[in-house]
Design a binder for this molecule. Structure first.
Ligand code: FAD
Ligand code: NA7
Length: 612
């Protein structure tokens, strides 16, 4: 309920006030006006703090009861009573669900702190306090946290089958078709390498060593099924309603859930979180959707893919190419421009050159233009016609499988966002959010891969979902920190990094203000095994203007993810070169190399290693 005046300049201290309430006030629990004598009036249209407040509520999708005190006979009396009970003489004077919020400033402060949203939602006019669309990393973490905080929560999760017909269970991309199967397949490939190394360490065995795709895939899929089940169980334990249906907004605060049989059910909620993630992109050329697979299909492919062409050169492409080659398959990567766009390019080239030395072929500066089926089968045979990005040259190749890893599209275009006014970036499909993950519609939030400008990583989605729930329903004001998010590319030689790529650091801080320390190194485990010396590489980028603060951390070597995680924590604590020098290493490990970095890149000194 808003007590206001149709003319309400900021400075007014007139005795009259006006009143309003939420849509829920109108629908069910109509707030009794304090004086018992006021009545709802038309919303004011003149500028002033009263209209700002009304606009705020309207943007929140909340209808208000507004009483314009200068338009009612007993306005002065109402103002008097209001002043007595609220100790506020000015208008607007806002009540939400019988709770006095205050004037314009207090209302906006309450909105900024989230209190207003909490008050608005303390009403049973909706089926749920929170509906989350998307049961992946971000959605599930938000749902569980909100339920722990005592809220009534629903998760809608639905997997639209891939063009090849692949679909999966609860948990989203990471669990089913992302991090988990990818890392397990990477591990399977590393074990093949370990088998080769083991002979050097004295292991003798006679059996022919070969890899069985079906055995591996079955074991990985079994593990994933157990995770799917675990997620369902944990939602049930926390009393989160899980509905295996596709969510589409139909009007403010209302969503349509369509299950795989086409049955439609409608649910309402005070607040919504969009966590619908992304799905692989297709080329849009003849034969791509009919014959190509993507990472959505690869991890549960019922047969070995055989000779494979991987299209794309970002981390999903290189990781898949890496483990497929590790199983002994003939693998080619078709690169449109550069490797690992967005990552440090020196490191990216080293990742690629290691892969090349270990059997992966690279076709640079080509893009496919047509895919033709030559033979059906499991796998069949496909002819790929490609053209140069630099000239008119065309090439042809025959492969058993073509794996597209050319990027992912946000799942935001078919969920009725336009019906409730949630803005998306029309080009990328991503949802712009503010620093509290709020979309252009204040009661709708977005976390995870759909949110614009955020690292597309599972731990990021989890953290932002969890903190969002705590801000909405707990007493927390903590925001998700998207700076210095570490990550690792699980290529045959792993690449871990945190902070800025060298190019980005130069762009931001200028070359003369940076000191870069680096070295090649030879992991002890590789020495006896006779594996490549002077291949693993460590690099830190320091800001000379800020105590040689480490602003970029890069490692190419075994277990790079494990190494990077600890240094990422150190960077959060403000790691400097001096602190690294003061740290005593753990010998013999790969990580210790960062405690003994001496050679600067600018010195141009030799960084090759002669031993360990
Ligand atoms: P998702 O996990 O994608 O979940 C979204 C869910 O919403 C899905 O289940 C989807 O089907 C569902 N959905 C979509 N639309 C609707 C709708 N309208 N109604 C109902 N449900 C809907 N990250 C890492 O941190 N480390 C890695 O090693 C890593 N490896 C990866 C490897 C691959 C091959 C891929 C593809 C990704 C990888 N990622 C990795 C990225 C990681 O998987 C994502 O960042 C993460 O899953 C994003 O979580 P999310 O909650 O935003 O979305
Ligand atoms: P990215 O990071 O978007 O990279 C896409 C890659 O595919 C990149 O190398 C592109 O080359 C290449 N690409 C894009 N379009 C084409 C076409 N039409 N033809 C050939 N090559 C193309 O995608 P990923 O799938 O690796 O990862 C996306 C997210 O998934 C990631 O952030 C994680 O969250 C998981 P370019 O450099 O643009 O020339």
């Amino acid at each position: 309920m808003i007590f206001s005046k149709s003319y309400c300049p900021h400075s007014t201290r007139v005795g009259a006030a006006l009143a309003g309430s939420t849509a829920r006030d109108q629908a069910a629990t109509r707030t009794p006006p304090p004086a018992g004598r006021v009545r709802a009036g038309a919303p004011a249209s003149l500028p002033g703090c009263g209209s700002e407040v009304k606009e705020l509520f309207s943007s929140l999708g909340v209808e208000c009861n507004v009483l314009e005190l200068d338009q009612v006979d007993d306005g002065a009396k109402v103002q008097e009573v209001l002043s007595e009970i609220t100790n506020q003489k000015t208008v607007p004077n806002v009540f939400v669900n019988k709770v006095h919020v205050g004037g314009c400033d207090q209302t906006f402060q309450a909105y900024q702190s989230g209190l207003l949203q909490k008050l608005l939602q303390e009403d049973s006019a909706y089926d749920y306090d929170l509906i989350i669309v998307g049961g992946g990393s971000g959605g599930l973490s938000c749902a569980k946290e909100a339920a722990i905080l005592g809220k009534k929560v629903m998760v809608l999760d639905f997997v639209v089958p891939s063009p090849q017909g692949t679909s999966w269970g609860l948990g989203g991309t990471c669990v089913n078709v992302g991090c988990i199967p990818k890392k397990l397949m990477h591990q399977a490939a590393l074990l093949g390498q370990a088998l080769c190394d083991s002979r050097k360490f004295g292991w003798e065995y006679n059996q022919q060593v070969k890899h069985n795709w079906e055995t591996m895939t079955k074991a990985i899929q079994n593990h994933i099924s157990s995770l799917n089940w675990g997620y369902r169980l944990s939602l049930r334990e926390k009393a989160v309603a899980y509905v295996n249906s596709y969510g589409e907004f139909v009007e403010h605060h209302k969503i349509k859930a369509t299950n795989k049989k086409g049955q439609e059910t409608y649910y309402t909620a005070a607040q919504f979180v969009i966590a619908t993630g992304e799905r692989p992109r297709y080329l849009g050329i003849q034969g791509d959707k009919e014959y190509c697979i993507t990472s959505d299909d690869l991890f549960s492919l019922p047969y070995c893919p055989g000779k494979t062409l991987v299209v794309g050169a970002s981390y999903v492409a290189l990781e898949c190419a890496g483990f497929l080659a590790g199983f002994g398959l003939d693998v080619t990567v078709m690169v449109r421009s550069i490797l690992l766009r967005g990552f440090d390019q020196e490191m990216a080239e080293k990742v690629g050159s290691y892969m090349e030395q270990h059997g992966v072929k690279f076709l640079r500066k080509f893009i496919p233009v047509m895919i033709q089926q030559l033979e059906k089968g499991s796998p069949g045979k496909l002819k790929v016609l490609a053209k140069s990005t630099e000239g008119t040259e065309t090439i042809e190749g025959v492969y058993n499988t073509v794996l597209l890893a050319i990027g992912r599209d946000s799942c935001t275009r078919k969920m009725g966002l336009e019906k409730i006014g949630v803005k998306i970036n029309e080009k990328s499909g991503k949802i712009p959010v503010n620093d509290v993950e709020q979309t252009s519609v204040p009661y709708v939030y977005a976390v995870g891969d759909v949110s614009e400008g955020k690292p597309e990583l599972t731990p990021v989605a989890i953290q932002s979902g969890k903190l969002l729930a705590r801000r909405l329903f707990g007493a927390s004001l903590e925001k998700c920190d998207y700076i210095n998010v570490p990550t690792t590319v699980f290529t045959p030689l792993e690449y871990g990094c945190c902070g800025l790529a060298e190019e980005k650091a130069i762009e931001v801080y200028k070359k003369e203000n940076l000191e870069i320390y680096h070295t090649l190194f030879w992991p002890l485990e590789w020495t006896v095994a006779g594996r490549d010396n002077n291949t693993c590489y460590a690099k830190i980028i320091c800001n000379k203007l800020d105590h040689d603060r480490v602003i970029g951390f890069h490692i190419l070597g075994p277990n790079a993810g494990e190494v990077t995680q600890g240094f990422a924590a150190a960077m959060k604590c403000g790691l400097t070169k001096q602190l690294l020098d003061d740290t005593i290493g753990i010998h013999p490990t790969c990580g210790e190399v960062f405690t003994t970095l001496e050679i600067t890149k600018s010195s141009g000194l030799d960084i090759t290693q002669k031993g360990c």
